[in-house]
Design a protein around this ligand. Sequence first.
Ligand SMILES: NC(=O)c1ccc[n+]([C@@H]2O[C@H](COP(=O)([O-])OP(=O)(O)OC[C@H]3O[C@@H](n4cnc5c(N)ncnc54)[C@H](OP(=O)(O)O)[C@@H]3O)[C@@H](O)[C@H]2O)c1
Length: 310
Amino acid sequence: MRTIQLAGGEISASEIALGCMRINGLSAKEAETFVQTAIEEDINFFDHADIYGSGESEEVFAKAVHMSPAVREKMILQTKCGICQSAGDNVYFDFSKEHILKSVDGSLKRLHTDYVDVLLLHRPDALMEPEEVAEAFNILHSSGKVRYFGVSNQKPMQIELLSKYLNQNLIINQLQLSITNATMISNGINVNMENAGAVDRDGSVLDYCRLKDITIQAWSPFQYGMFAGVFLDNEKFPELNKKIDEIAKIKGVPNTAIAVAWILRHPAKIQPIVGTTNAARLKDICKASTIELTRQEWYEIYSAAGNVLP
Ligand SMILES: NC(=O)c1ccc[n+]([C@@H]2O[C@H](COP(=O)([O-])OP(=O)(O)OC[C@H]3O[C@@H](n4cnc5c(N)ncnc54)[C@H](OP(=O)(O)O)[C@@H]3O)[C@@H](O)[C@H]2O)c1
């Protein structure tokens, strides 16, 4: 597994990270085998959130790895806070100091650890008071509970606003990105055109994050729409699958590896967060780290997904 450097080289992470959102669907035994497979594949970066499985996913993970100081120091743990669920499953966002501190304490308890490497703010809270976030981050950092901070689903001006008040650099922005959800790439290709690809939905977040040395993490790298399903082997995407299968054959890897290699090929050094809970599939996906798409292959896949080049 190739590695990428985060936080200006202070963290050396596997270029593919394991997303643990769905891990609560596994039995204790299955989870143990599955996480062991990830470790054998040299994945050292694990993405969590307080809300995954209503907290259950963090617990299932900690039990699966038999968390201990020796195990803990070999891995990079990231969690997120800020999405809340009230009775009746209504969702709201909360970046208050009180909520951030309480959420981290809950995650540490469930993960059986006394620190996380990275804490992300999960989804922008319209009612955010940046001063309060800064206070929370200062407490978490100085107490040693959180080493680094980042955001998720934020655009450049939101990061700028928050950064004005923070004493720590934001090192990560986790965003939705797959071959079929590539608007952050398309708007840079179609500058000033009248087509749909030109629409800038994110304030040029890709260029901004590169300028600021913020690593973009790609969530849901196999999904189309918002959890609408997987585009691979899906009859809704005949051209795309034909092209991916053709390149998979040339490279001698499964189609899952091509979907991830397409993200890895981007020079922004984007870190895909893969969410499979299937050990065999995970091994297939990790083959992405053994190949590199040519420029032509990358563009062919992009176009086969229905993206139009000007
Ligand atoms: N920051 C955010 O707002 C945000 C939002 C969503 C997710 N995330 C993070 O991103 C991670 C990944 O998200 P995700 O799980 O939606 O991503 P994903 O890797 O695109 O999807 C994985 C899901 O697709 C299924 N799947 C079926 N066929 C597949 C195939 N051929 N190849 C790959 N997967 C296939 C998997 O099932 P099997 O388990 O059977 O393989 C699994 O349920 C999450 O775990 C979480 O850590 C972050």
